[in-house]
Design a protein around this ligand. Structure first.
Ligand code: 5GP
Ligand code: ZN
Length: 109
């Protein structure tokens, strides 16, 4: 937990978010400024600043983040998805708490 971190505050319910999924390791909520028809953020509950700070023993948790993407793809009936991680300022990262963007598309009916 990092006191100044906006995602830690969402995890601790200090600020609101629309939560789509939660388990003991991760929380998933809707991005406040969506850049696709469906835009979720897959966020570990542990405060890890960037993907480069993930230790070998935490890699199972990163694999779990991918498993959660699979679960949500099925649950939300998506037909296409992009999983994006921005790392450090030059990589476009604005919130320094590890997360994947899940950008999703459904089939047009
Ligand atoms: P980054 O650039 O760090 O990869 O992405 C951070 C994302 O967090 C951005 O897409 C931004 O819209 C989102 N974001 C920033 N603050 C909040 C917030 O308070 N609530 C939610 N739901 N999303 C946020
Ligand atoms: Zn944090």
């Amino acid at each position: 937990m990092s006191e100044a971190c906006i995602f830690c505050k969402i995890i601790d319910r200090e600020i609101p978010a629309k939560i789509e999924y939660e388990d003991e390791q991760v929380i998933v909520f809707y991005d406040i400024a969506p850049k696709a028809p469906l835009h979720l953020l897959i966020v570990p509950k542990a405060h890890i600043p960037t993907i480069m700070d993930v230790s070998d023993s935490q890699m199972n948790m990163v694999a779990h983040m991918h498993k959660v993407a699979q679960i949500l793809y099925t649950r939300l009936e998506l037909a296409g998805m992009r999983l994006v991680n921005n790392c450090n300022e030059l990589g476009g990262q604005e919130v320094f708490h590890l997360h994947y963007h899940l950008l999703g598309w459904k089939l047009e009916v």
